[in-house]
Ligand binder design. Structure first.
Ligand code: SF4
Ligand code: SF4
Length: 93
């Protein structure tokens, strides 16, 4: 079973507002050449939009692992869990 198959087992109840926010988009644009968040997130939540020169956040697919909270070397992600009743549910076994 590959990663995408495993992710497909999860169930999501997306909130209508993001629980993940970029604190300062200028830091992403001007200081962070590597764009770490775009490859450390196991669910592919972050992507760099060349046109708007901003990080896009597909928060609905977040598996709440916390990697991005520590993996952004600029501490530029405001991270919290989704509100109660929203977010990911795991199916084990
Ligand atoms: S790793 Fe942090 S600073 Fe870099 S693009 Fe992502 S959120 Fe912005
Ligand atoms: S908490 Fe994990 S799954 Fe959610 S955005 Fe951060 S790295 Fe991706």
């Amino acid at each position: 079973m590959n990663l995408m198959d495993k992710l497909y087992l999860n169930r999501f109840v997306p909130d209508n507002e993001s629980h993940l926010k970029i604190k300062d988009p200028k830091i992403c644009k001007e200081k962070c050449d590597a764009k770490y968040c775009t490859y450390i997130c196991p669910a592919g939540v972050y992507s760099w939009d060349k046109e708007s020169e901003r990080i896009m956040i597909a928060y609905e697919g977040c598996v709440e692992c916390g990697t991005c909270k520590y993996g952004c070397l600029f501490n530029n992600i405001e991270w919290r869990y989704p509100r109660g009743g929203f977010g990911v549910s795991y199916k084990f076994g």
